[in-house]
Design a protein around this ligand. Structure first.
Ligand code: PHE
Length: 462
């Protein structure tokens, strides 16, 4: 299998595909709200520092593991140390859990995009809360008013790209979608900033409020960054395994980080000033509206209040759609590459099998908010929230922590450094990498895990 492994055609193709994975719903709906909540500029500062230290170290480690072993995560961890084979399985399970529900949310985005393109933005906004609730709880009546067809369509779009392969599918699509995404986000941000009253919101977003700085700020920034960079779920290992040996890894990681952080910052510019202006200069709405509520309830109302709102709404949901698609592609590709490596299947049957599994599992999340599922709530959550909690809050910090232990204390960070240096003998941030992976990252990761669990059990509120 090793000899004919697929690969990206160029370094920039690799960077755009990896950035495509990293830039996703996390950047667009989670980052702006966290920034609003944790003191604006101070949060941005903490985030950037963490991205170039902690995030850098973890990302380059995963990419190097992939490129060194030329295997997807199950084989890769085993190849480094037999006793850590189980870690590969654990990491592999994460995208298997995430991709179905990610496609469900992708389906919601598709639906809203279609509504805005059809000029029905006003209708959505008029009763935004109720519109969204009846849509996801499958009680609106009519086939296209239920989330199921949109979920299936989104999953099939993802499948088509993955079927196309690494260079002809993923790389090609990323090369188109990522630049369009950047242009659209700048366009929407400019429009938001010209809304009357937006300046107050801009100030709120960018000015550091030191009184809001606390451990929670750091913990919040860390958890966000970790998710945003698609770490600890085998994705970067898989993409690294498709990276050509002579491509400069350190520079690529820096570019992926700039892309990911840049889009998160612009997302804040698109959303915070507009929401603050919409709310008559009061920032509380921006601090409180997180996740689906922000994107599917608050923003449609904000767009309707804007000049050219229908058009801006359509542009916005198109860019969200691209962000979500490139992320779900990376998730599906990771699962497909595992099936290929483990079962020695060809790409087409592997992709089709993964799609069938995805559709079956995703149906639970897709219908989890409906009446008929009211009685089935694992840990008291709807299926989608349950899968999200298990993967992001529990499994990912564990996988990342054990990866640090494996690299930092079992096989040694030299293995990674040697892989990075195999290009031209240079690894500028080698010392930083070593300290991060051996000591700082494991401690921070335990703090993330502990924080999430305490939050879950209601001991703390952050
Ligand atoms: N990194 C993506 C984001 O910021 C999230 C993601 C999670 C992508 C899982 C792929 C897989 O939204």
């Amino acid at each position: 299998m090793k000899e004919n492994r697929s690969s990206f055609g160029s370094r920039i193709g690799f960077v755009l595909a990896a950035a495509g994975s990293a830039v996703g719903l996390g950047n667009l709906w989670r980052f702006p709200y966290l920034a609003a909540k944790y003191g604006g500029g101070i949060f941005l500062l903490v985030y950037i520092v963490l991205a170039i230290t902690f995030g850098f170290a973890l990302m380059i480690t995963e990419i190097a593991i992939g490129r060194k072993t030329r295997l997807s995560c199950i084989g890769a961890y085993r190849a480094l140390d037999k006793r850590f084979g189980f870690l590969g399985w654990l990491a592999a399970l994460v995208p298997v859990i995430i991709v179905p529900y990610y496609c469900v949310i992708g389906g919601w985005v598709l639906k809203y995009f279609a509504e805005f393109v059809a000029g029905r933005g006003k209708l959505v906004a008029a009763n935004a809360d109720q519109y969204f609730t009846s849509f996801i709880s499958d009680s609106a009546g009519g086939f296209f008013s239920t989330p199921v067809p949109w979920f299936i369509l989104f999953a099939l779009l993802t499948m088509v790209v993955v079927l196309g392969g690494v260079e002809k599918g993923i790389e090609k699509v990323s090369r188109i979608m990522m630049p369009v995404l950047v242009v659209l986000s700048i366009l929407v941000a400019v429009f938001s900033l010209t809304m009357p009253g937006a300046l107050a919101g801009l100030k709120y977003y960018l000015m550091p409020d030191f009184s809001k700085f606390s451990t929670a700020t750091v913990l919040g920034a860390m958890g966000q960054m970790f998710y945003s960079m698609s770490l600890a779920m085998g994705i970067m290992i898989t993409y690294g395994s498709y990276m050509q040996k002579e491509n400069l890894m350190e520079r690529s990681v820096a570019q992926i980080e700039i892309f990911d952080t840049g889009i998160a910052l612009i997302a804040g510019l698109m959303i915070i000033p507009a929401v603050v202006a919409f709310n008559g200069g009061d920032p509380t709405l921006a601090q409180q509206s997180a996740g689906p509520g922000l994107m599917f309830v608050v923003l449609p109302r904000v767009f309707e209040a804007m000049q050219w709102g229908g058009f801006i709404g359509a542009a916005f949901f198109l860019l969200v759609l691209f962000a979500a698609l490139t992320s779900s592609i990376s998730l599906m590709e990771t699962v497909v590459s595992i099936v290929q490596d483990k079962l020695h299947w060809k790409r087409v049957p592997a992709t089709l099998a993964v799609t069938v599994l995805l559709l079956a599992m995703g149906m639970l999340s897709c219908l989890g908010y409906s009446e008929s599922f009211a009685a089935i709530k694992p840990l008291g959550m709807a299926f989608l929230d349950f899968f999200d909690f298990i993967s992001n809050s529990v499994m990912m910090p564990i996988v990342a922590f054990l990866t640090c232990i494996l690299i930092g204390h079992v096989v040694g960070t030299k293995v990674i450094a040697d892989e990075v240096k195999s290009e031209n003998g240079i690894f500028r941030r080698e010392k930083l990498h070593r300290v991060m992976i051996r000591w700082v990252a494991p401690i921070l990761l335990l703090a993330i895990l502990g924080g999430e669990l305490l939050k879950f059990f209601g001991v703390i509120k952050i």
